[in-house]
Design a protein around this ligand. Structure first.
Ligand SMILES: O=P(O)(O)OC[C@H]1O[C@H](OP(=O)(O)OP(=O)(O)O)[C@H](O)[C@@H]1O
Ligand SMILES: NC(=O)CC[C@H](N)C(=O)O
Ligand SMILES: [Mg+2]
Length: 493
């Protein structure tokens, strides 16, 4: 095996089939009867964050129980015998949209490991930027990996830590990983949750009677009737056991630099992130867009779903009527988070249909939250013309996306990002639009935080638009995403 040129391509890391994709949702409960049912409900509310796979782990006071499936939460966690299948008053859950490791069962979370002193079940939203550097070191040290997920390194680091208490070993693992994360973990009979040092990914805490509930977004707290208490702070870990809750720091306190894309596209509009309603922020993006790139048209048409609030804002600010000129199928989920281009193309075709009644003979302005690869926009511009629109203009309620993401949202490679490779004019031609406009970076800041960008310490993780990444990117810098990196010899990697 020392001759690597002899290894068939299918046995090495292939960035095309095993490409970084998007986001996930995490949910956790401590101290409630039927914790698994609450977790299934919470995951249901977080389904928009990941549609590929889902899983729940519980602890019944002495043993762990785990179920993991490919597919949607509603397809797998609905049966009334859940409390028997997944008993216990402590539970964590995960809805997956793969970022590292293909969409196969062995990468579905929660991941579980038996280590010295007990067990750890772990679920992760985000993406670690030094996972491959660490994995290489760990493999050289003799560690045996069971998945190709970045998240698994945390289990190995905890297992190898010299500290005596298992909780402290998990905390010491958190100090060694870089990138973006919201972790929820059952560590024996306790719960540990943690948020990355820059607060790139969201994580909130709520109360449901005496129980503690944690979730990626507040919409999941609302789903189970939990009351929002606070955000988990950047670099904070919260440990909950039978004595209650304690907060630990694994990195210095600093303001959160939350991912701008949570506000733009990813989070559900009824969620509140860092005190700002996602819906209001999106509407305000539309208002700013109307000020920055007005259009002389007859009707504003949103690209459903995520483009709707911005289109309402644009319509309010411009006085141009808003109409539902595109009807979406409720039986097709999010397209951008599909793992392959073929599936994205197919989903976009099945998802949207023109409503000719409000389009025919009109000059229309389409508003979407974002243009990533341009898959959606081109199809929709054509659809409008086929439905009789006389002019079709397009506006994106976020700035041009020119740089890939490494923190858990699938921005694919630079070569796939339409705005990374073309001028706005060329993009308009490619998307067959009569005009094209984007929100500015400052317009985005105005909409989300009501203040301009602080260039010395940006208030958001806005690398998509600026190329400024808040964290180190060890794997990327060492080009460990290259084909040569040996990730797994199993076909389903
Ligand atoms: O330029 P593209 O590569 O097509 O990606 C951008 C599109 O993808 C997203 O929609 P998606 O269908 O994922 O979800 P939504 O229903 O929440 O808008 C986003 O809202 C844009 O419409
Ligand atoms: N999108 C995510 O947050 C994914 C979490 C983890 N990196 C995985 O690939 O499973
Ligand atoms: Mg969309």
């Amino acid at each position: 095996m020392s001759d690597h040129s002899a290894i068939p391509a299918t046995l090495t890391y292939d960035p095309e089939s095993d490409r970084p994709q998007e986001e996930c949702g995490v949910f956790a409960v401590y101290g409630a009867d039927d914790a698994s049912i609450l977790t299934a409900l919470g995951l249901h509310a977080l389904q928009h964050r990941g549609q590929e796979a889902c899983g729940i782990a519980t602890h019944d006071g002495s043993r762990f129980h785990i179920e993991r499936y490919l597919g949607l939460v509603g397809e797998n966690f609905t049966s009334p015998d859940m409390p028997q299948r997944l008993p216990g008053r402590v539970a964590i859950g995960h809805a997956r949209y793969s970022t590292q490791g293909a969409s196969v069962l062995r990468n579905v979370q929660p991941l579980f490991a038996d280590v010295r002193g007990g067990g750890i079940a772990l679920a992760h939203n985000g993406n670690l930027t030094n996972a491959r550097v660490l994995r290489e070191e760990l493999v050289n040290h003799g560690q045996i990996f069971q998945s190709t997920s970045d998240s698994e390194v945390v289990l190995h680091l905890a297992a190898l830590s010299k500290k005596s208490k298992l909780t402290n070993r998990v905390l010491s693992a958190l100090k060694q990983v870089q990138g973006a994360f919201a972790f929820v973990a059952v560590v024996n009979d306790r719960l540990i949750v943690a948020r990355d040092p820059f607060g790139i990914r969201p994580l909130v805490m709520g109360r449901l009677g005496d129980a503690y509930v944690f979730a990626s977004e507040t919409c999941a707290l609302d789903m189970v009737g939990a009351k929002f208490e606070r955000e988990i702070e950047p670099g904070e870990a919260v440990v909950v056991n039978e004595d209650g809750l304690r907060s630990e720091r694994f990195s210095p306190a600093r303001p959160a630099q939350i991912c701008a894309f949570e506000y733009i596209y990813f989070a559900r509009p009824d969620s509140v992130i860092e005190g700002r309603s996602v819906y209001e922020a999106r509407k305000e993006m539309g208002r700013q867009l109307a000020l920055e790139t007005p259009a002389d048209v007859d009707v504003i048409i949103p690209v459903p779903d995520s483009g709707v609030p911005a289109a309402i804002g644009f319509s309010e600010a411009s006085g141009i009527p808003f109409e539902l000129g595109i009807i979406r199928s409720h039986f097709v989920g999010r397209t951008f988070i599909q793992p392959t281009q073929d599936r994205r193309d197919l989903s976009v075709r099945r998802k949207h249909a023109a409503n000719a009644a409000v389009v025919k003979g009109k000059r229309v302005l389409l508003i979407d939250d974002s243009i990533v690869r341009g898959t959606t926009s081109l199809k929709i511009v054509r659809m409008m013309r086929e439905a009789g629109a006389v002019e079709v203009h397009f506006r994106s309620a976020c700035p041009p996306i020119k740089h890939p993401d490494f923190y858990g949202i699938d921005m694919a490679g630079r070569d796939e990002l339409i705005a990374a490779n073309m001028s706005v004019e060329d993009m308009a031609t490619k998307l067959e639009a009569d005009s094209l406009g984007f929100l500015t970076v400052n317009g985005l800041y105005q909409a989300v935080i009501g203040a301009p960008r602080n260039d010395k310490l940006p208030q958001l993780a806005d690398h998509y638009f600026t190329g400024e990444y808040p964290t180190l990117l060890a794997d990327h810098d060492r080009d460990l995403s290259a084909k040569e990196f040996q990730l797994s010899f199993l076909v389903d990697a």
